[in-house]
Design a binder for this molecule. Structure first.
Ligand code: ATP
Ligand code: ATP
Ligand code: CA
Length: 218
């Protein structure tokens, strides 16, 4: 059976989640207190309803407990976000993701048992700053505070050399999990794979090891 999602709050963030889930063919219930917002999503989401998510009866009547995943994307009204999360928790919703506006908001959400707390503005800022610092790093995903997956553009210095020649795993302790070359993706490349300038290397490892490798690549 298809996973069922509910998105509460259809601002830029919640709206984008709702749109993307729908585009991926997921069942999405869109909820907002603002009728205009709801109308905007009537043709995008599977269902779109006007409702105040801080009202327990509203959430109950929508059968919110039966949804696999509920996303609370009420940003500016922190009180409404917290109260909504609390009610969802009490109703026994399986998995709750909540957008936090600041660290205090995030802390409270953690205390009341939100399963996943996201800080989109903060995280996107970090991401962009990191991209600004190293021009050859296209993107990164933090696995822990010490480990990441990073996309690095191969420079002239790597051009024409195989992974074996460069001895990357042994020398840097990192693994190249994939190489993107134009529209091709080479997943789990062999030691004999030859890197070309402009290849995008998807690298996994400890941050300090990735940094050492990056210095070499630049
Ligand atoms: P974003 O920061 O994602 O762009 P925004 O700034 O447009 O959002 P927010 O105040 O963060 O707006 O709220 C997001 C949405 O949540 C709005 O569309 C708002 O109408 C809705 N919302 C606010 N309170 C409630 C509530 N109690 N129940 C349901 N929806 C609500
Ligand atoms: P290891 O000696 O690290 O256990 P291995 O015995 O599996 O490697 P190969 O797979 O032939 O031997 O790889 C030889 C060397 O080539 C590795 O030690 C490593 O330095 C490098 N290498 C091969 N594949 C990768 C990869 N995907 N990412 C990074 N380095 C690689
Ligand atoms: Ca906002």
């Amino acid at each position: 059976m298809k996973k069922q999602y509910a998105v509460i709050g259809l601002g830029r963030f919640g709206g984008s989640i709702c749109r993307t889930l729908s585009e991926q063919g997921m069942e999405v219930l869109a909820i907002d207190i603002d009728e205009d917002r709801v109308n905007e999503f009537a043709s995008i989401a599977s269902h779109a309803v006007v409702g105040d998510a801080t009202d327990e009866n509203v959430l109950k009547s929508l059968g919110i407990r039966n949804f696999d995943h509920v996303i609370v994307a009420i940003g500016d009204n922190i009180q409404a976000s917290i109260l909504t999360t609390l009610i969802l928790k009490e109703l026994g919703v399986q998995h709750i993701t909540v957008k936090a506006t600041n660290d205090y908001h995030g802390k409270v959400l953690e205390k009341i048992g939100a399963d996943q707390i996201v800080h989109p503005e903060r995280d996107m800022g970090e991401r962009i700053a990191n991209n600004l610092i190293s021009s050859n790093v296209l993107d990164y995903l933090e696995l822990s505070d010490k480990h990441s997956i990073v996309e690095i553009v191969a420079s002239e210095r790597l051009d024409g050399h195989s992974l074996l020649e460069l001895d990357i795993r042994a020398r840097y302790g990192i693994n190249i999990v994939a190489i993107k070359r134009g529209t091709d993706v080479i997943v789990s490349p062999l030691a004999s794979e030859i890197i070309r300038k402009g290849d995008i290397l998807v690298v996994i490892g400890a941050d300090e090891d990735i940094d050492r490798f990056e210095e070499k690549v630049v």
